[in-house]
Design a protein around this ligand. Structure first.
Ligand SMILES: [Cu+2]
Length: 164
């Protein structure tokens, strides 16, 4: 309830925010999968201190082992944001800079990309592991701008939604 009120307040403050995306429950609209190449394509939408309407690890992108990940990042907020993949262990760094997997970061990871800017991250994942997708702008991750990316060794397809 508090989270809902918080989001409602954010929406009131930022009328450009896409309410349909913020309140989507399934994530299917953001996700596609090519089984023949084990390629997961995900639309990662930065809004005010959220990714796809989620913050603080509230959402998880589950992917099959050894998947090729294509993340289409777009910033829908007036504040610059970015994305990079960090380890799933330990505290969120105040200024995350080292991606856990090579190439798993957007342009201007530290400075942030401006509103409506896009970038594509392409990287393979190993056979297992837990990571976080975090905004690289100093302080944003600590403010809650991150979600989980987990490799499920038994997954036959990806899934995105509230963290279980
Ligand atoms: Cu940010």
């Amino acid at each position: 309830m508090i989270a809902t009120l918080f989001l409602t307040t954010l929406l009131a403050l930022f009328p450009g925010t896409d309410a349909a995306h913020v309140f989507s429950a399934t994530g299917d609209e953001w996700l596609s999968y090519d089984a023949s190449t084990n390629t997961v394509t995900f639309e990662l939408i930065a809004s005010p201190f959220t990714f796809n309407g989620y913050r603080n690890g509230e959402a998880t992108l589950l992917v099959p082992p050894k998947a090729n990940i294509v993340i289409n990042f777009v910033n829908k907020d007036g504040t610059p944001h970015s994305a990079l993949l960090i380890s799933g262990d330990g505290p969120i760094p105040s200024s995350p800079s080292d991606p856990a997997i090579p190439r798993a970061y957007t342009n201007k990871a530290m400075e942030g990309l401006p509103q409506e800017a896009t970038d594509v991250m392409r990287f393979p994942v190993p056979i297992s592991g837990t990571y976080r997708i975090v905004c690289g702008v100093p302080g944003h991750g600590l403010s809650g701008m991150w979600i989980w990316l987990k490799i499920d060794p038994t997954a036959k397809q990806p899934a995105f939604g509230p963290t279980k």
